[in-house]
Design a binder for this molecule. Structure first.
Ligand code: HAM
Length: 408
C-alpha cells in the first residue's frame, strides 16, 4: 500500500472518470454560453460569515459540514460549501448591478462539505452553477428549468425534474405555523434531529430521510395551499410556461431544499437510475439585500459534476490516435512527419523504445493506437510513410506530399 493516501472524501479524478467529468463540464458550459451566461471565477475561501449569513445558521451545511479555519490573524474563514453565497458577495462587492438590467453569471469549481462519504458523495466535489440576478419574471424560472432539462437530454440522462414553491416573507410564516402545529401532533414519530428542527426550521422535517418521519409528514399541510396571491400567481405562471415549453416536471409538495435562502420556486433533478439529486436550485429573492446589496430578486441552480458523470453511459468518440514508429536512422524524418501530423490536428504518440516490429505493434496496441505510422530507411529515402490501420489490419504507403495535402 502507498505510504500516503488522499484525505477521506477527497479524490483523484483521472482516466475514464475524468473523460466523463470533462464531457459533462464542456456540455454544460457550452449550453450556458448559448443562454448568454458569463463566467466568473470565485475564490475557494470566503469569510465564514458569508456562508453563515446566506446559507443559514440552522442548516446542516453551516452547523456541521463546513471546513472552517482561522488565518494567521485569527479571522475565521471557510472553504466554500457551495457557490451561490460567493456569487452574491461578488455581485455586491463589484457592484455588478450597476452594469446591466440583469446579470447572468456562471462558475465552476470545487466545493467542500464535511459529509459522510459514500457513492456520489464526496467532501471535495465539483459544481457548475448558474445565477441570474435582477428579475422576478417567472420566464426566468422556466428558462432555468428548461436548461436543466436540456442538460439532461444532451447528456442522455434520465431524471425527473421536481418543482415546488416555498413562498415568501408574506406567506411562509403562516405555513410554518400550520406545519409546526401539525408536527406537534406527530412528535411521537419524529427522529431526534427532527424534534430539534420542528421548532427551529420545521420545513426541513419535510425532507427527512428517516422512514418514521417520512410517514409522519405524509398528511402534513402543503405550502401551495398557503401561498399569498403573488406567490400563487408566480407559481401558476411558471407551470404554464413549462407546459408551453413542453418540459416534463413533477410537483413535489415536500421539496424544501437544505439551504435557507430560497423563496418561491425550488427545483431538483432526481436521477431515475440512482434516486439521488444531481442538479438543484431555486429562487432567492431576499439574499442580495440580506447580504447588504440593493433589493435584487435572483434565481440559480448548480450541477453536481461527479454525480452526473456517474450516470453518463456513452462518451463521444475520441480523435483517432496515430503512433509513429521510427526504425533505424530515421529520427529526423520521423520528427518531420510527427510535426506535420500534429499540425493537421491529429493526436500523435511516438514510440520512445527501440524494438523490433512485433514488439512495437504490441506497444501500439497497449497504448490503444488506431493507426501506426511506420518509418524506416526506405520510407525516409522515398519520402513516404507506411500507415497501418490497427482495427482492420490494412496497410498502405503514402507519400509525404500526399500527407501534406491532408489525405488522411
Ligand atoms: P445543493 O443542492 O446543495 O445546492 O447542491 C447542488 C448539487 O451539488 C447537488 O444536487 C449535487 O449534485 C451536488 N452535491 C452536493 N453535495 C455533494 C457532495 N457532497 N458530493 C457530490 N456532489 C454533491 C447548491 O449548492 C446551491 N448553491 C444551488 C443553487 C444555485 N441554488 C441557487 N443557485
Amino acid at each position: 500500500m502507498a505510504e500516503f493516501q488522499s484525505v477521506r472524501g477527497f479524490h483523484d479524478i483521472f482516466g475514464q472518470e475524468l473523460k466523463k467529468f470533462r464531457y459533462v463540464s464542456d456540455t454544460v458550459r457550452s449550453l450556458l454560453k448559448l443562454y448568454n451566461f458569463e463566467e466568473i471565477i470565485l475564490p475557494v475561501v470566503e469569510y465564514l460569515e458569508v456562508f453563515q449569513r446566506s446559507i443559514g445558521e440552522v442548516t446542516d451545511i453551516v452547523q456541521k459540514e463546513m471546513f472552517v479555519f482561522q488565518d494567521r490573524k485569527g479571522r475565521w474563514l471557510a472553504l466554500r460549501p457551495e457557490g451561490t453565497a460567493g456569487a452574491v458577495r461578488a455581485y455586491i462587492q463589484n457592484r455588478l448591478y450597476a452594469l446591466k438590467p440583469y446579470v447572468k453569471l456562471f462558475y465552476e469549481g470545487p466545493m467542500f462539505r464535511y459529509e459522510r462519504p459514500q457513492a456520489g458523495r464526496y467532501r471535495q466535489f465539483h459544481q457548475i452553477g448558474a445565477e441570474v440576478f435582477g428579475t422576478l419574471d417567472p420566464q426566468v424560472d422556466a428558462q432555468m428549468i428548461e436548461m436543466v432539462h436540456t442538460i439532461l437530454t444532451k447528456l442522455g440522462i434520465s431524471a425527473t425534474i421536481e418543482i415546488n414553491s416555498i413562498g415568501c416573507r408574506v406567506c411562509r410564516p403562516s405555513y410554518k405555523k400550520a406545519l409546526s402545529d401539525y408536527l406537534e401532533d406527530v412528535v411521537g414519530h419524529l427522529c431526534d434531529v427532527c424534534l430539534d428542527r420542528k421548532d427551529k426550521n420545521p420545513l426541513r422535517v419535510l425532507d427527512c430521510k428517516v422512514e418514521t418521519c417520512k410517514e409522519a409528514v405524509k398528511q402534513a399541510p402543503k405550502m401551495v395551499d398557503y401561498l399569498c396571491q403573488e406567490c400563487a400567481t408566480h407559481y401558476e405562471t411558471l407551470k404554464s410556461y413549462l407546459d408551453m415549453l413542453s418540459i416534463p416536471y413533477r410537483e413535489n409538495h415536500h421539496l424544501v431544499r437544505g439551504l435557507d435562502y430560497y423563496t418561491k420556486t425550488v427545483f431538483e433533478a432526481v436521477s431515475d437510475e440512482l434516486g439521488i439529486t444531481i442538479i438543484a436550485g431555486g429562487r432567492y429573492d431576499y439574499l442580495v439585500e440580506e447580504m447588504g446589496g440593493p433589493p435584487t430578486p435572483a434565481i440559480g441552480f448548480a450541477v453536481g459534476i461527479e454525480r452526473i458523470s456517474m450516470l453518463v453511459k456513452d462518451l463521444p468518440q475520441e480523435e483517432p490516435l496515430y503512433m509513429v514508429i521510427p526504425f533505424g536512422d530515421t529520427l529526423d524524418y520521423a520528427f518531420e512527419v510527427i510535426k506535420k501530423l500534429r499540425d493537421m490536428g491529429k493526436r500523435v504518440e511516438t514510440s520512445y523504445k527501440k524494438a523490433n516490429l512485433k514488439k512495437q505493434l504490441e506497444l501500439a496496441n497497449k497504448l490503444k493506437a488506431d493507426y501506426v505510422v511506420l518509418i524506416g530507411e526506405d520510407e525516409k529515402r522515398q519520402n513516404t510513410i507506411t500507415i497501418k490501420n490497427m482495427h482492420t489490419g490494412m496497410q498502405e504507403s503514402i507519400s509525404f506530399l500526399e500527407l501534406a495535402h491532408e489525405r488522411l
